[in-house]
Design a protein around this ligand. Structure first.
Ligand code: NAD
Length: 418
């Protein structure tokens, strides 16, 4: 267990414990919710292009199935381990419940640096990982999706492997697929659109005029780049963005579409984009902006830097970017945090729409998908915001009270077998 994933799991357990206290849960129910339903470690041996054998380790944790089949992404990332996957799977349980989707929570991953694999090697990792999971996944069992280091192509390989093993084409076994094999219109930008819907709701509630709102976004991948683009389209001034190599800053506002073209044209970083100053990832988090969107990796705002965060609103695009200790410091300084299980729930909300389209074999238009996404996100935001005001708790505590509360209700209604 690495220190980072150890902290992530302890943080997830702490957030559950706080919700359990607010809900007055018994110790028994708390124990049931703390414990993953299934956690598997998988050997993923693949042949490298040069013929050498590479034995990787993969994981899948199905944290809770009380409300429906398990749902959650698969990451290919060097630092992935069982504790990290367990923490993320638990957060998925509360997220799907908060979004009121008929799912439990899961997460998976393979400990590998995807940048070091050729496309063919990456395909072999995806297929071998999926083959090992065949008995545990399926449209009514557990439905993986993309996450850090995986994408729609990886989902297509996983779906094809599942079909080869079961003799059935079941597009609903994974979501976040390419459109050509049953993906949904509007899935690609869904997480980012959801982030923007919640960010704008939080800003409006605090009386911000969007035209004068300044924004910094950490992470310029699938989630961060489109969040920056949509925030700019909504009228905000995006003054800084970054990726793993560092960031760029222009107080006058960045042209996000041009930055995306800069990266798509082969630059390996936003750094090098002409006409903007270079800043570090740490500096970006401390800029004097109205809105900060950490959309890269976990634990970037900790007790070490929380006091230097000057943004009034932090919207967690990434999973777990703010540590439990930092939560308290931000709250003491009047910084509002829109928590990950609410802010980035747009991805799983549209994954649900993709799965429904797969099950009934009838696609929706992008307009329909976006309308339903907006409804789910706005309903979730307003439920959380109203409960936070009523109970005098943070948005994160309110989101967990609602999510955990719905899972408890499902457990109590189903009863315990045998
Ligand atoms: P991605 O791999 O497409 O992009 C990650 C970005 O973060 C890249 O720009 C990378 O350079 C940058 N980055 C990596 N390490 C960094 C570091 N130490 N400091 C600063 N930047 C760093 O991944 P993604 O799909 O955009 O996911 C980002 C986050 O959003 C993750 O926490 C993921 O779990 C979460 N998330 C993703 C989705 C989705 O639909 N893809 C849904 C919900 C949550």
């Amino acid at each position: 267990m690495s220190l980072g994933s150890d902290v992530a799991l302890a943080t997830a357990q702490r957030r559950l414990a706080t919700a359990a206290r607010h809900l007055g849960l018994s110790d028994d129910m708390h124990d049931l919710l703390r414990t993953p339903r299934r956690a598997v470690t998988i050997s993923v041996p693949i042949r490298r292009d040069d013929g050498e054998l590479l034995v990787l380790t993969g994981y899948r944790v199905q944290h809770n199935l009380a409300r429906g089949p398990a749902k959650g992404g698969v990451r290919f990332h060097a630092g992935t381990d069982l504790a990290e996957v367990q923490a993320l799977a638990m957060a998925m349980t509360w997220k799907t419940a908060l979004m009121n989707l008929p799912y439990g929570g899961a997460k998976g991953g393979v400990a590998v640096e995807p940048g070091l694999l050729s496309a063919a090697e990456k395909e072999r990792v995806a297929r071998r990982y999926a083959a090992e999971l065949v008995p545990l996944i399926g449209p009514d069992l557990d439905i993986p999706a993309p996450d850090v280091g995986t994408d729609e192509q990886v989902m297509a390989w996983m779906m094809d492997t599942y079909a080869a093993h079961t003799g059935r084409t079941a597009p609903g076994v994974v979501t976040g697929k390419p459109l050509s094999v049953g993906g949904s219109a509007g899935r690609a930008g869904a997480t980012s659109r959801g982030i923007v819907i919640t960010a704008l709701a939080a800003l409006r509630e605090r009386g911000h005029d969007l035209g004068s709102t300044t924004v910094a976004v950490q992470g310029f991948g699938k989630v961060g780049a489109l969040a920056a683009l949509y925030l700019r389209a909504a009228g905000c001034r995006v003054v800084a963005v970054s990726d793993v190599k560092g960031g760029v800053h222009d107080p006058g506002g960045l042209d996000v579409a041009a930055l995306m073209r800069h990266v798509a044209d082969g630059a390996d970083s936003v750094i090098g984009y002409p006409g903007a100053d270079v800043i570090g990832n740490g500096e970006l988090l401390e800029l004097d902006v109205d809105l900060l969107v950490p959309a890269a990796v976990e634990n970037v705002i900790t007790e070490a830097n929380a006091d230097r965060v000057r943004a009034g609103v932090v919207v967690e695009g990434a999973n777990g970017p703010v540590s439990a200790e930092a939560d308290q410091a931000l709250a003491d300084n009047g910084v509002v945090v829109v928590p990950d299980i609410l802010a980035n729930g747009g991805g799983v909300a549209v994954s649900h729409l993709e799965w429904v389209q797969n099950l009934r074999g009838y696609p929706w238009s992008e307009v329909d998908v976006r309308r339903q996404l907006r409804e789910v996100m706005e309903r979730a935001y307003h439920e959380v915001s109203a409960l936070a005001a009523e109970r005098g708790v943070s948005l994160r505590e309110a989101a967990h009270i609602i999510g955990v509360g719905r899972v408890v209700e499902a457990h109590q209604t189903r009863g315990l077998y045998p």
